[in-house]
Design a protein around this ligand. Structure first.
Ligand SMILES: [Zn+2]
Length: 257
């Protein structure tokens, strides 16, 4: 059987947020601001639906006062995806805007890098201020409870999880961030999540300002660029252009490829 090709969708669930530009592109435009959105991604093909990242629960959205928030469950409905029945969720990294909504996918198997999981669940450093403010303790607890069950797959490094879909360890932003390399009709695309907040990072090497390991991050950029069929097929985690530069298929949802 031929390897399937997949379609990739970006689904905005919160935003826009105005941030210092130097937060989304490290040490650039120190006196300017930039806009970002919060997204999850859907990958469809070969009769399967894979969700990348979980978004946030209504509870966390309220606590953090997230502007423009819509429950990811309702956003997914706009393209006929029922979160209740999603089987595969790739968790790129354990920051609140990517993990809080883990409970919204009650039947899913979550793919998380073991290194990422162990850091956030076991390392006391993860409770220190610079890490704590990016954490959702509720989401982390939910994920921790899944350990030892079939619903949590701890991944060690690069791993093919489905035909035409491979997870790639790409640390830098966090200790065990992973991206998804996906076979599409245009070639191999990368759902990069926060390996870059913005498209520009993949051309300039300037990542966001939330840095765990800058040297690892530079190596991750080399790896991601080498793996993608074209730099235009590498998709960042928070860029408003994910919505504005691609065909809209429903409210706040674009088809990237
Ligand atoms: Zn993020």
């Amino acid at each position: 059987m031929a390897t399937p090709t997949y379609e990739i969708y970006a689904l905005k669930f919160a935003g826009p947020f105005t941030r210092p530009a130097s937060m989304v592109t490290w040490f650039q435009d120190l006196d300017k601001t930039a806009q970002i959105n919060y997204y999850i991604f859907a990958i469809r093909g070969g009769g399967k639906t894979i969700i990348v990242d979980c978004g946030c629960t209504p509870q966390l959205a309220q606590e953090r006062n997230l502007a423009g928030y819509v429950n990811p469950v309702d956003v997914l409905k706009r393209i006929d995806i029922d979160a209740q029945n999603v089987k595969y969720v790739v968790v790129t990294h354990i920051h609140f805007d990517h993990i809080s909504g883990v409970e919204l996918f009650p039947r899913a198997t979550f793919f998380v890098q073991e290194k990422e999981f162990n850091f956030w669940m076991k390392n006391p450093i993860a409770k220190r201020a610079p890490f704590l403010h990016t954490t959702d303790p509720v989401g982390n607890r939910y994920l921790a409870k899944l350990k030892g069950t079939k619903r949590l797959q701890l991944v060690r490094g690069d791993k093919k999880i489905l035909p035409g879909m491979e997870l790639l360890l790409a640390p830098g932003h966090t200790i065990g961030l992973q991206v998804a390399a996906v076979n599409t009709e245009k070639g191999r695309a990368i759902v990069g999540s926060d390996a870059a907040h913005m498209f520009s990072s993949y051309r300039t090497d300037i990542p966001s300002a939330i840095i765990t390991d800058m040297i690892a991050w530079m190596k991750s950029y080399e790896k991601i660029r080498a793996k993608a069929s074209s730099i235009d097929l590498i998709f960042p985690g928070h860029d408003p252009a994910l919505l504005s530069n691609y065909p809209n298929v429903a409210e706040d949802i674009s088809r990237l490829v």
